[in-house]
Design a protein around this ligand. Sequence first.
Ligand code: F6R
Length: 317
Amino acid sequence: MEALERFWEQLLPREELRPLPLEGSAGVVFCGMGGSGVVGSLCARLLEEKGFEKPLFVVKDYRLPPAVRKGYAALCVSYSGNTEETLHNFRQLLERGIKPVCLTSGGKLAEEAKEAGCEVHLLPGGYQPRFALGFMLSKALLLLGFDGERLKKAAHFLKESLPRLKEKAQKVAERLYGYAPLLVATPLTAAAAERWKAQINENAKSPAYAVFLPEAHHNEVMGWVNPHLREAFSFLLFEDSQDHPRNLKRVDVTEALLKDLGVSPLRLKGEGEDYLQRLLYLLHLGDWVSVFLAEAYRYDPETVPLIKGIKERLSNA
Ligand code: F6R
């Protein structure tokens, strides 16, 4: 809770960071998993919205896309510094002649990156990775050339919005209680939906699913016809005012279609004066929804025993 109260503060630029030379790069690749990986999803979308014209890859797998080669800028994000997929990506990048910039609080990644002469940005320790998102995102955005003032403004906007945002989150959490949230997101809200899903999974210990428009209109919707299974879900529709007009139309159509099936979905959008603010607002709303849901289900939002267990099993395998 305390980390969430201070999310806006985590976003504040703490130091001058020299931006990566993106203009001279062949493209950008982001590597990271889970609470660290969402940094890549958010940055890629924000860079695209800023008009960045080169290829962007967000890798959440062992395998790097074959197109990633020398000349790409790379950002490896792992809060613990011990995530095996990200370490594997890091080593592959080195093999391809790319020196990734690393964001971590320590671990093997910090060790190996320093040894390889890579730029390492150390994050404050002692957090669960997903509760350190503000620190990671702030550094990543500055490294990608985002204006520190704009980030500061967004952080302060979140701070001012917090009482209202928490009130809304409480209501959304009440609505989701007892259901598996099904998030239907547009392209500009997809990264926020990814975070909502993960936060609900990890904090509230609840299944949650995110599906994406326009693709969901070509398959997902047919599953909603089944009343027995549909009843397990609570539907949320995400949109951003700058989404492609046809995608906004599709949100309307989705709502109408669900209403015809007897379901009232909740439509949500971010608030703020630019895309960064709106994206962060929507994302942070989900953070609070997830902890209120955790409270309602009487789970400790911090612990993630199964994730820890998987890592232990794999480290011995
Ligand atoms: C735990 C969490 C997880 C981790 C993920 C990768 O709080 O959110 O999703 O982020 O297992 O670990 P790191 O972030 O240490 O690379």
